[in-house]
Design a protein around this ligand. Structure first.
Ligand SMILES: [Zn+2]
Length: 320
């Protein structure tokens, strides 16, 4: 969409930095730095960049990480920035620049939140985000800082009353679940491969419903190991009913596509049909309920599958 001066006028903003490529766990690791530019290329091919405003992320103060993370953990990642070998948590190897790119990634998500709070846009996208495994005091499962938890707490601090997290990455969003397990202000819904057969193994089961004030505000939909579209779509329609019931002011989507049959990291066998369905349903609910929407990337480690399946979703979220 363009106005008479040729400037893009869109309800959607996408934050992108060339420096996202520095989020790279190294040769042989599934999480490589080239996934963002490769995905962006697919978005270009689909003409998506003409339908949204592309902005460079503005770095936020590192203190904002304390909306979720402990000061000790933040310091630990900062110390690893200079290239200390080792790990910042299980399945989270340290590398030179880890703090800088970790903060950049969280900043892009917080920039989305700020734009939506100002009312400049209805939809904010950061596809270098969705790090749902990180705990408050450690990195985990390829995730350094849990941007989802930082953003949700930031929104609450800004006076937002009800935030919903909808996560359909192949893996259970365990760090995010843990962050809000006792909260009724942030409702967490996750669809994922049966955790008996996939990381994180210990959580993500149906009977985890929240605790204390948060009881009834956490839902998991574990899907069968080789889940196909039919099962995903039927369970996602139940998740949609939960969104309608909660009537959130903000929805944060983790749109991971590592449940695709083309991605080696899970056993799930989803096609583009599932991602098309989920994103169309969310876009429809946004029209109905009027919530503001933040979309974060999550998993997906094959190309061009990653950019294609993220692209289908972004197109639907924009309303194209
Ligand atoms: Zn995943």
């Amino acid at each position: 969409m363009q106005n008479s001066k040729g400037k893009i006028v869109s309800k959607a903003v996408l934050f992108y930095s060339e420096d996202f490529k520095k989020l790279d766990f190294g040769i042989g690791h599934p999480m490589r730095g080239d996934r963002y530019e490769k995905a962006l290329l697919e978005f270009k091919k689909e003409g998506l960049l003409k339908q949204l405003e592309l902005k460079e992320p503005r770095l936020v103060s590192k203190d904002i990480l304390e909306f979720f993370h402990t000061r000790e953990y933040i310091k630990r990642v900062e110390a690893a920035n200079e290239g200390i070998l080792g790990y910042v948590g299980e399945e989270a190897p340290a590398f030179r620049g880890i703090f800088d790119v970790g903060l950049l990634s969280v900043s892009a998500g917080l920039n989305c939140a700020d734009e939506l709070l100002k009312g400049s846009f209805e939809l904010g996208i950061n596809f270098c985000g969705g790090w749902h495994h990180a705990f408050e005091d450690r990195g985990r499962g390829f995730c350094i800082f849990n941007d989802i938890a930082v953003i949700a707490n930031y929104l609450l601090d800004k006076g937002i009353g009800k935030v919903m997290i909808v996560d359909y990455d192949a893996h259970h969003g365990d760090g995010t679940q843990k962050a809000f397990y006792n909260s009724r202000d942030v409702y967490t819904v996750s669809l994922h491969q049966d955790p008996k057969t996939l990381y994180p193994f210990l959580t993500g089961f149906e009977d985890e419903l929240g605790e204390g004030r948060g009881l009834g505000f956490n839902r998991n939909f574990p899907l069968s190991t080789y889940c196909q579209d039919k099962e995903f779509i039927s369970k996602f329609s139940l998740a949609a009913e939960i969104i309608v019931g909660f009537r959130p002011e903000f929805v944060i989507v983790q749109m991971g596509v590592d449940g695709s049959g083309e991605c080696f990291i899970s056993n799930m066998q989803l096609s583009r049909k599932s991602y098309d369905y989920a994103s169309k349903v969310i876009a429809g609910l946004q029209k109905e309920i009027g919530f503001r929407l933040i979309v974060l990337g999550g998993g997906g480690f094959r190309h061009p599958m990653l950019g294609k399946n993220w692209g289908i979703q972004i197109k639907n979220f924009i309303g194209g």
